[in-house]
Design a protein around this ligand. Structure first.
Ligand SMILES: [Zn+2]
Length: 451
């Protein structure tokens, strides 16, 4: 089959957690379904023919010498209706923050015009930041979440969207919750069916997600019902788990076990589950998650404000838990996964090496090995993709062509390179630590050019 697009240049990706692969001077061919159909190196005699043919058909995208192709970024935790308060409201602990700022704001999304305007701005901004796949918490009401799906389809962002389910009258305000468990379950089923009906193709770009907010805001009846829907309707699942002392303590007090154990009992810990934060999971929780194939959305920026602890990333990875990154908009203040991966690097160094200078160096940190730049990039791409079980996050044959071009030396960008001096591995390191919005020159999702 003739390609629909050919990108000629050097690509970086991390097929596994500790391995950078440099695909030097390759022709990346993309088929009509938006999949990578081939990666042809310069010493392959077919490359010349492919490039000539693509040039003649006007489908060749040739990268300059100081530009590199990378997989698109995957954000595993975004609260879409918190977009208006990005960069605000970080002065209270979680349980106060929800009632004081966040529930009143999310309740406003019952107005479809408000939702349409905010979501349009948010999705366009996130795409421009390089987020090609986004896992969204929506709001409680059904309609605005369908509006979010429409907006993602229009702008071409790959997205997974959940109608938030929260019915516990003890912890959720009357003005912002599902009336009861039965209503929440019926609305969740309807949302899944309507979202799926919006896309007629075999490869939907936007997927529905079962989304209990977190155990403290849901009754047992709701959690059990959502577990049944997940099984019946074959859906992704997302929720928050073990985020703060308060949240973990609440679950222990009410259910007598950890978040992970409770979610597992309710049928909510599966291969397609993503748990936001999970800072306070222990080795038993990690073993359970690894057995089930459930993943963590690591949100280091938000954790600094709301968790008073650093997620034990190294221990989780070593225990076989799948991990990707989340911005946690607006618990985190940046919309960029590049910022997220740098905060993950810093958080990991602080945890491993220590923070309090009054302690002796050997007792200052946990001693575990800090995250490497290769691992941080993997979390932001392939790690996030694996958490969602989606064929993105790598530059490999058969993967969806969700990709960015990072162009160095653009005005205003800190990413400067000296092509004659910098080996590809050095360029990669610079890219991981300094690339930002200003360095992104091109964005594709599923082979469709968005920027
Ligand atoms: Zn969150």
């Amino acid at each position: 089959m003739e390609p629909e697009l050919v990108v000629l240049g050097t690509g970086f990706h991390t097929p596994s957690r500790d391995r950078l692969e440099v695909l030097a001077n390759c022709a990346f061919t993309v088929d009509g379904k938006g999949r990578i159909s081939g990666i042809v190196p310069s010493d392959d005699p077919r490359q010349g023919e492919i490039v000539t043919g693509a040039e003649a058909r006007g489908i060749l995208h040739r990268l300059p010498a100081d530009a590199w192709l990378i997989p698109g970024l995957v954000d595993l935790h975004i609260h879409a209706p918190q977009w208006p308060q990005l960069g605000n409201a970080l002065d209270e602990p979680l349980e106060v923050w929800l009632q004081k700022y966040t529930f009143p704001l999310e309740a406003r999304f019952a107005d479809p015009d408000f939702a349409r305007e905010i979501y349009d701005d948010m999705v366009r901004t996130l795409v421009a930041q390089g987020t090609t796949t986004a896992l969204y918490f929506g709001s409680v009401h059904r309609e605005p979440n369908l509006i979010l799906a429409e907006v993602c389809l229009r702008h071409g962002q790959r997205a997974l969207i959940g109608k938030v389910a929260m019915d516990d009258a003890e912890t959720c305000p009357d003005y912002y919750r599902d009336a009861d468990a039965a209503t929440a379950l019926a609305e969740t089923r309807a949302f899944i069916a309507e979202l799926r009906a919006m896309q007629h193709g075999l490869d939907p770009l936007v997927l529905p997600v079962i989304t209990p907010r977190f155990i403290p805001s849901c009754t047992d009846a709701l959690l059990a019902g959502l577990g049944e829907i997940a099984r019946e309707m074959d859906c992704h699942i997302q929720t928050h788990a073990s985020e703060s002392d308060w949240a973990a303590g609440y679950v222990l007090h009410r259910l007598g076990c950890s978040d992970c154990t409770a979610l597992d009992r309710f049928g909510l810990l599966t291969e397609r589950t993503v748990l936001a934060h999970a800072n306070f999971i222990d080795s038993t929780d990690m073993a359970l998650m690894a057995r089930r194939g459930a993943a963590v959305a690591h949100c280091p920026m938000s954790n600094a404000y709301f968790a008073n602890a650093v997620f034990p990333l190294r221990r989780a990875l070593d225990a076989g838990v799948e991990v990707g990154l989340g911005t946690d908009i607006s618990g985190g203040f940046s919309p960029s996964i590049f910022d997220g991966l740098r905060h993950a690097l810093m958080a990991s160094r602080h945890l491993g090496r220590g923070t309090d200078p009054s302690l002796a160096p050997e007792g200052r940190g946990t001693g575990e090995t800090p995250l490497s730049t290769v691992e941080a990039f993997w979390l932001a791409t392939a790690g996030g993709a694996d958490a969602l079980s989606l064929p993105v996050g790598r530059l490999a044959q058969g993967q969806c062509f969700d990709a960015l071009v990072i162009h160095a030396n653009r005005p205003g960008s800190g990413l400067r390179t000296f092509v004659d001096q910098d080996r590809p591995e050095k360029v990669f390191e610079k890219l991981v630590l300094t690339a930002d919005r200003t360095a992104i020159s091109d964005i594709w999702v599923n082979g469709r050019k968005l920027i």
